[in-house]
Design a protein around this ligand. Sequence first.
Ligand code: FPP
Length: 251
Amino acid sequence: MKIPFLTKKDEQSNIYYAEGTIPDHVAIIMDGNGRWAEKRGMPRFIGHKTGLATVVTVVKAAVKCKVKVLTLYTFSKENWKRPKPEVEFILKLPKEFLHVYLPDIQANNVRIEVIGNMEGLPAATQEALQYAIDSTKNNDGLQLNLALNYGSKQEMLQAMKRMFTDLVDEKVFLDQVDEEQFSKYLNTANIPNPDLLIRTGGEKRLSNFLLWQMAYTEFCFTDVLWPDFSEHEFKLAIEEYQSRKRRYGGL
Ligand code: FPP
């Protein structure tokens, strides 16, 4: 199906991209893997595994649309409450993902970063992620942030503690503390706030994801389960974003 808003052609890459405003930063809550599998009478982990292919599809769609930053909620602090075998399975997925798709990621000039507490992840997962971060660090296309072992409230508390330490050490002074200053202590320092949040799987909540950063983000909720999410759905979400009027509390 032709996507009507992709009207401009990039002569170098030969791809079409949107004429209107493209969100610089898209954040995604990838929900619905478990239900996708259960609906098919399969164990939940098959849904997570199938979700890996969707990740690479969406990364490529973001590259095509000239999005600059894509942040994917991959494993939350609260996800530790799931049964141990599921947690262990999900935490092995980054390594599997990188083993299969890192060449694709490189070919698309994507730079991988992690937000969250990497040190809490299994050693093999940390190693795979560190390798991906190091080997993509000179890529200057899309920045792909994997939010792993991430929780927004925990991130803010950590930031506050680091800022208090700097206040006590007189590296920062109380009258300098404003939103911009506090943002520098977050995992997302130097990353623009998300312009668009997409949540798949039908739920309409933020689930402790980028609470500070999404104060003025546009939200797009879809019932499509993550393994079924496609380039087409991604472009529809961008199209919906383009129809919004962002006023940031003004008129
Ligand atoms: C939520 O679906 C999904 C997760 C907690 C895991 C997300 C992980 C992936 C999509 C694959 C990992 C990706 C990378 C890049 C390594 P759910 O299990 O809550 O689904 P449900 O609501 O249907 O139960």
